[in-house]
Design a binder for this molecule. Sequence first.
Ligand SMILES: [Zn+2]
Ligand SMILES: [Zn+2]
Length: 335
Amino acid sequence: MMRVAQISRPKGPFEIVERKVPEPVAGTVRIRVQACGICHSDSLTKEGAFPGLQYPRVPGHEVAGVIDAVAPGVAGWQPGQRVGVGWNGGFCGYCDPCRRGEFFACVRGQITGITYDGGYGEYLIAPASAVARMPADLPPADAAPLMCAGLTTFNALRNSGARPGDVVAVLGLGGLGHLGVQYAAKMGFHTVGIARGRDKEPIARKLGASVYIDSQTQDPAAELLKLGGAKVILATATSGEAMSAVQGGVAVNGTLLIVGAAESMQVSPLALLTGCRSVKGWYSGTSIDSQDTLAFSVRTGVRSMNETYPLERVSEAYERMMSGRARFRVVLTIG
Ligand SMILES: [Zn+2]
Ligand SMILES: [Zn+2]
């Protein structure tokens, strides 16, 4: 038997229940979970905001653990391997987007903790295509938040078109932003942190920002233009207003790269066309991107700052994440 924290109806409470340990079906592996991050997107499962979601459902897409069983016919994975699973819960490999190499856009794509049970429990079954190798010297609670928050910022930045030495600004200094600043600095960008309030300056600098802009007392667009404009602004905040306020700081041929799920924002077409500027979104990534994220993080010392809770205290841990006061990610430790 195993324990999992499930949600059995939209807006329902977490219920710790015992279930039979599931057997891996064709194409999947079973993972013994050691840690699972609590991401804001888990509220889609908790609150019933994802269309067609079937209950009961176990949330969690920042999974770190060990493969414990492998279905017959699955190649490349063995029991005992340390692995992680992120938001991308696997892809088919044969639909048109997959055949074009756009695995993230798979039309049969699954989402961990949404289309199947995720990591808030002792075991989960995941498609082999969703699994990333976890480096030997990375503790599970360190790896877990890198599987979504880390992956999202790392993969967006490495695909942003910015080159070492370019000005790269990170808007927001929360769960995503505190990782984005570290990755930007380690990738060799001239890293600028933008957040609300002078009190965030010391932590931004400690994480690697060489310039800090307080958006409450300074005009972030004007400050970025003093540096020649930002080749990339990685927008991790969830405020459309904050995104609109920085767009004037994007350099010629630069990009406002959005990973924060704001509902809407204002864009100036004139600013875009006069400077060949772009506004672009970035999907987090697939399992090989997660694997690269973990490996890069181990080599360069990038880590999420976490508050950890045991699985039994999942309700408290979730509320802490939703409060926005956690510094900076919340992680469940399991087993
Ligand atoms: Zn997430
Ligand atoms: Zn596909």
